[in-house]
Design a protein around this ligand. Sequence first.
Ligand code: ADP
Length: 468
Amino acid sequence: MGVTLVLATSVVLQLVAAILALRLTLITHAGRAWMLISAAVFLMVIRRSVTLLRLIFEHSDPAPDLVAELVALGSSVLMVVGIAWIAPLFLSMNQHRKKVEESEERYRTVADYTYDWEYWIGTDGNYLYISPACQRITGYTVEEFQADPDLIHAITHTEDRESLARHTSQEIEHEEVLSLTYRIFTREGQLRWIEHKCQPVYGKDGCYSGRRANNRDVTDRKLVEEERDRLIAKLEAQNTELERFTYTVSHDLKSPLVSIQGFVGILQQDLERGEPERVKDDLARISNATGKMDHLLRKLLELARVGRLVNPSENVPLEALARETIELIAGQAEKYGVQIEISADLPVVFGDRLRLREVMQNLLENAIKYMGDQPQPRIEIGSRREGNETICYVRDNGIGIEPCYHEKVFGVFERLDSTREGSGLGLALVKRILDAHGGRIWVESDGSGHGSTFCFSISTKDADISSS
Ligand code: ADP
């Protein structure tokens, strides 16, 4: 009876142990191991059950040894306690792993969804992490950067490679945040400005574990800054020009005013003396000075308007424009016996037709006016190609201009020859018209007696015209 009870208790305990082991297959990651343990315990249950059934139904002889069965009972008890004890341990490990996984998921989401291109480079120079934003900014994938730690240098603009290399070599030594702005070319060949900031990172143990970097695409900001600097420079240049202009204008307008004042005084004296002939002469001089002032003021007004008022731009064949202008000045050309030639292949320029005719007219009139005593006066209207630019020119074999005056002649009221009629505003006007068209003008001349060539470049394709 005692052995039967011991055997029955052993069977029950081993069954409990087998069921507990089976349950652990579900809650631990070592499922197969617990399955094997559970199967082994089940086999022990079967063995014990067979012995128990034989004892009950066949009264097996000899009866199982009580001591051996008590030892087996003891081991069954230990097995149940052991398995029951280990279960909570696995449960808490499970919960801990889940928490770690959730936390890892959260940090990865934060890192992977950063708008900037983030990375962490280890002490061996290899990437420990790169955020997928690198593809948005560079066109290259995380895998490509990871496979080639030098890719970042390879895509850097050649002019910035040295500073990037210098920065990289400094990184290890520096505790503080370092920054650098450099340019890269994307996979599609687009230029991008990168604002880079990096700092060292340390593990929990305080050991240096590489550098964390943030790369921000600041291309749009750079373009705005460049445009702002360009506008400031333009504004400064305009301001300087305006100051010079105001000074020259007030100075040149003063001389007819001084004449008028002087002759008003003389007129008064002549009236008092009763000399009508002299009074007439004084009035003529006053009228002449006011006429001069009127002419200057009109020209100044025209000059001030030129930069702003622009008629709609169009394609203007320069040859047709030259012929049209020659018609207008035919009288003067004939008077001085000037021969005007137009070269073939003149370009079609893009701009304000009326303004461009003013340019041509001013240059041709000057060429005739400053021909000097040239026995065979000749003017040539032509063009030449320089790189991507088409240069148009008006060349004469007149008196020429000394190199030191090549810039000066385009200034307001700048005149080199006061024996001829003129206001000193013609070339300033021409320069402003070309400025407004985004073009430029200059003069080429070997000096006195060598003739002058006035060259100008202007857009030959449809393009916007500055209305500043
Ligand atoms: P203006 O002809 O009314 O004096 P411009 O502004 O047209 O004023 O020209 C400025 C100066 O440049 C002229 O006074 C002249 O001395 C010089 N110049 C202009 N065109 C020529 C030219 N084709 N050959 C020589 N000198 C020239």
